[in-house]
Design a protein around this ligand. Structure first.
Ligand code: PLP
Length: 398
């Protein structure tokens, strides 16, 4: 057969995320919800926000929820409510979005990194245990970091890519050493640990983000703190409005961490579809994993590890390959959007140089940063698009 008659493989466009596809499916409902807010001309901390708070609390199996201005502010507010400040330390993962550690520094506290589990990319309980038993001592009921003399107050695991960290072991460690637990659940709304325990319900405070690319995304910034502790919830409500209670009387210094009515109205519509969208993501993830195996890529491409009995909500479907940058460039040529979450471990960020970490301190985190690549997994993807992505990956490796 001559070259002229051979059918050239059709190019498709597969963006990393297509929010328009979701919007058209709910457009009428969302516009009606936004209109109803416009008619009230009440824009900040009104009935939409409190209804959303109740709905997210129920969805996350928590007693209380406090709507805030972003996922970052949720983390900041949580640490403020727990009294984290100068001289304090927070144990967390070096393999996360910047905000996880950034909020610790903004409070004058120190992020202490422990390495991740190489399969799940989540904070490794063994690494936390090693840091506490080798690097800390108990003094007057406080856990003191021997190297810095700082007080370790909080353990902050991140439920990365939509799968929860090993919360039972981490929770036991925290309880044994008097640490409070803040869950960075920004990527994990509706995600479940073994036994059906939901993200945001297992620590003292859970923090969610409604950034548009999260599974429950607003039309702008938004976030939520969840807790089962009524006193902490009240403290967060006060800190959310500059520490004001009653109005213009300040026993605490807080900030403006308020959530808008318009965002809450949009999120309430979207929350009704969240489980259906999550199922779409899970279906797409399962399709990729099967198709990559069928294409004989089991060796070359490490697919996401699903922990037995967990509910993974696939905010990201992240593969691991040795020639990551070359694969990403090749997929880009084929009009396939991908992203590297995250290219630089937090301990290696320029702004954290004064923490004194060396590049090689967290080898699992650094090797994940060099080898992982997120593929499109949003619910509206077609099977043809998924197969196109798998074919392109296979084409690169063969
Ligand atoms: C998105 C994200 C945040 C921050 O949320 P914003 O709403 O963007 O401020 C924090 N931590 C993690 C792990 C995130 O993915």
């Amino acid at each position: 057969m001559s070259g002229a008659t051979a059918v050239k493989k059709q190019t498709m466009n597969v963006p990393l995320l297509d929010l328009k596809a979701q919007f058209v499916s709910i457009e009428d409902e969302v516009r009606a919800a936004m209109d109803s807010v416009l008619e009230t001309q009440r824009f900040i901390l009104g009935p939409q926000v409190s209804d959303l708070e109740n709905e997210i609390a129920a969805y996350s199996h928590c007693a209380h929820a406090v709507g805030v201005s972003s996922g970052t502010d949720a983390l900041l507010l949580a640490l403020m409510a727990l009294g984290v400040g100068r001289g304090d330390e927070v144990i967390t993962t070096p393999y996360s979005f910047f905000a996880t550690a950034g909020v610790v520094s903004r409070l004058g506290a120190r992020p202490v990194f422990c390495d991740i589990d190489p399969l799940t990319y989540n904070l490794a309980p063994e690494a936390v245990d090693a840091f506490i038993s080798e690097g800390c001592e108990s003094r007057g009921g406080k856990l003191i970091n021997r190297a810095t003399q700082g007080e370790v107050k909080v353990l902050m695991p991140v439920h990365l890519f939509g799968q929860t960290a090993e919360m039972s072991v981490l929770g036991d460690l925290a309880a044994a050493h008097g640490l409070q637990v803040v869950e960075d659940a920004a990527q994990a709304i509706g995600s479940e640990y073994a036994g059906g325990k939901r993200a945001g319900s297992m620590g003292d405070i859970g923090c969610f983000s409604f950034f548009p690319s999260k599974n429950l995304g607003a039309f702008g910034d938004g976030g939520m703190c969840t807790t089962n502790d009524a006193e902490l919830a009240e403290r967060m409500r006060i800190l959310r409005v500059h520490g004001s209670k009653p109005k213009y009387y300040h026993a605490l210094v807080g900030g403006n961490f308020r959530l808008d009515e318009l965002q809450a109205a949009v999120l309430r519509v979207k929350l009704r579809y969240l489980d259906q969208w999550t199922e779409g993501r899970q279906r797409n993830a399962a399709h990729y994993t099967q198709a990559l195996a069928d294409a004989g890529l089991g060796e070359a491409v490490q697919t996401p590890h699903r922990c037995e009995g967990y509910r993974h909500i696939y905010n990201q479907y992240v593969i691991r390959v040795s020639q990551r940058d070359a694969l990403q460039a090749s997929l880009k040529e084929a009009s396939i959007g991908t992203e590297v979450y995250y290219p630089v471990s937090l301990h290696a960020q320029e702004c954290f140089a004064d923490l004194g970490y060396a590049q090689g301190d967290f080898p699992h985190s650094s090797s994940a940063a060099a080898q992982t690549l997120a593929l499109p997994v949003y619910p509206e993807l077609t099977e043809a698009q998924l197969d196109y992505v798998v074919d392109a990956i296979a084409g690169f490796h063969h």
